[in-house]
Write a protein that binds this ligand. Structure first.
Ligand SMILES: Nc1ccn([C@@H]2O[C@H](COP(=O)(O)OP(=O)(O)OP(=O)(O)O)[C@@H](O)[C@H]2O)c(=O)n1
Ligand SMILES: C[C@](O)(CO)[C@H](O)COP(=O)(O)O
Length: 219
């Protein structure tokens, strides 16, 4: 079975408010993106890695790889204006059937076990989307709802290639905040699997402090 991971890192990182795009900020001495790619190689060395980056950042990334002697093989693909378009560009680089995990480049602490589980479930059921329960109470439009019914969605979001390629043929909608919403819109059932609170998305400056803490805890 062919296995792929599309690591989307084509965003602008506006909420981080940093001159250096957040995917390149160093944690534990290495750029965030290198940690993420290594997690996938650790999960399964046969996974083919596809890294989606803004075109303008590709040379910078290649220089970083040289500087850090980064030897994890990966294919580079140009990003798009939105996460949907970046994902679609990544998918276009896959020519064979198999299973593909789509993962935020800025989630460097996904565990190899969760990655492997997502491939197993997607192979059996077509889709596997990582999620955690909400630890906080939740209100929608001002009204309390049963938080047991809430799941917070993470990545990887893993699919049979044929399913997710078909789903991405839909015109883009503003409600597509992730790949699962694209697949669901196309009529596919979404299977949730258990994630981890450590699998944070580095989004705002304080997340970098959490990242250093998680790294030290795992050292
Ligand atoms: N056009 C885009 C937009 C986002 N992403 C990726 O999708 C992931 C999740 O997005 P987010 O954390 O929102 O990243 P940014 O869009 O870069 O951040 P912001 O929303 O703060 O600008 C990131 O790895 C980001 O690089 C992408 O590949 N292409
Ligand atoms: C894909 C995602 O990480 C799942 O939680 C999330 O939807 C990305 O949202 P963002 O606004 O692009 O950070």
């Amino acid at each position: 079975m062919n296995k792929y991971a599309i690591i989307v890192a084509g965003g602008s990182g506006s909420r981080m408010k940093s001159d250096l795009p957040k995917q390149f900020i160093e944690i534990g001495g290495y750029p965030v993106l290198m940690h993420t790619l290594i997690r996938f190689k650790e999960a399964d060395p046969s996974i083919e890695l596809i890294l989606v980056l803004p075109e303008i950042q590709i040379k910078f990334w290649e220089d970083l790889c040289e500087k850090h002697d980064f030897a994890v093989a990966h294919q580079l693909v140009k990003g798009g204006k939105t996460r949907f378009q970046s994902g679609k560009n990544g998918l276009a680089a896959i020519r064979k059937d198999g299973i593909v995990a789509i993962h935020d480049g800025v989630r460097p602490f996904v565990s190899p076990e969760i990655i492997r589980e997502s491939f197993v479930v997607a192979a059996a059921k077509g889709t596997a989307v990582v999620s955690v329960p909400s630890k906080d109470s939740v209100r929608v439009d001002g009204h309390a709802i049963d938080r047991e019914s809430v799941r917070l969605i993470q990545t990887p979001q893993t699919f049979q290639v044929s399913i997710i390629k078909k789903a991405f043929q839909s015109p883009e909608l503003s409600t597509f905040t992730d790949d699962a919403s694209v697949a669901e819109h196309a009529g596919f059932e979404i299977n949730l699997i258990e994630g981890s609170y450590e699998n944070i998305k580095i989004t705002t400056p304080e997340d970098l402090e959490w990242a250093e803490i998680i790294l030290k805890r795992n050292a």
